[in-house]
Design a protein around this ligand. Structure first.
Ligand code: TMP
Length: 206
């Protein structure tokens, strides 16, 4: 018995955590047990790394160091939480995963696809999400929803950074069409959730 692994991606404020809860409740209605987690984070070590990555303000962190820290957190998350839950038959819903490293570090920080891919091969081997929901919306929609936090190392970045990330995500979705489903998150939440349900129903049917 093995659970399925669903990841949710997108730039800030697209509704990832709200929809993670929605997915978990929908699965519960279908009698499927699920666990919600997030990255960076999901373990004690991962949450400490998250704190460094988001709020370190005394010293700079290079893009390569950032990438390594994210994958260090991810390695514990996969081995301590994700794989054990999946092997118990629990589905795992993760607010961001490796596609975020391609989008943010590969495209946003401009480390490139190959740099991220090489560390991905080392840490993940052939482990992949069963379904990735990419909640996509333009930056002006995001900015109209919430003020970005100026103390956050990512949220305090310039518009160009987020525009590179968004196009990086869309490129990833083109590359991995079967796994990554793009959902227009600029619409009202009810409409977004109809599309999410459709994707979940397809996954449940498999
Ligand atoms: P959030 O989960 O609260 O949106 O914050 C996490 C931040 O970390 C977000 O700005 C995106 C960033 N991040 C990366 O840059 N690379 C990654 O691989 C992951 C998982 C997150």
């Amino acid at each position: 018995m093995s659970g399925l692994f669903i990841t949710i991606e997108g730039i800030e404020c697209v509704g990832k955590s709200t929809n993670a809860k929605f997915i978990s409740q929908y699965l519960q209605k279908k009698k499927i047990k699920s666990h919600i987690s997030r990255e960076p984070g999901g373990t004690k070590v991962g949450e400490k790394i998250r704190n460094i990555l988001l709020f370190e303000n005394q010293e700079s962190i290079s893009p390569t160091a950032e990438l390594m820290l994210l994958f260090a957190a991810r390695d514990s998350h996969i081995n301590e939480v994700i794989k054990p839950k999946l092997s118990q038959g629990t589905w795992v819903i993760c607010d961001r995963f490796t596609d975020a490293s391609f989008a943010y570090q590969g495209y946003g920080r401009e480390l490139g696809f190959d740099a991220v891919n090489s560390i991905k091969q080392m840490v993940l081997k052939d482990f992949e999400p069963n379904l990735t929901l990419l909640l996509d919306a333009p930056l002006h929609v995001i900015k109209s929803r919430r003020k970005l936090n100026p103390d956050d190392r990512f949220e305090s970045e310039k518009d160009e950074f987020f525009n590179r990330i968004r196009s990086g995500y869309l490129e990833m979705a083109k590359k991995y069409k079967k796994r990554i489903k793009v959902i227009d998150a600029s619409r009202p939440i009810k409409e977004v959730q109809i599309d999410i349900k459709e994707q979940l129903n397809e996954l449940i049917r498999l």
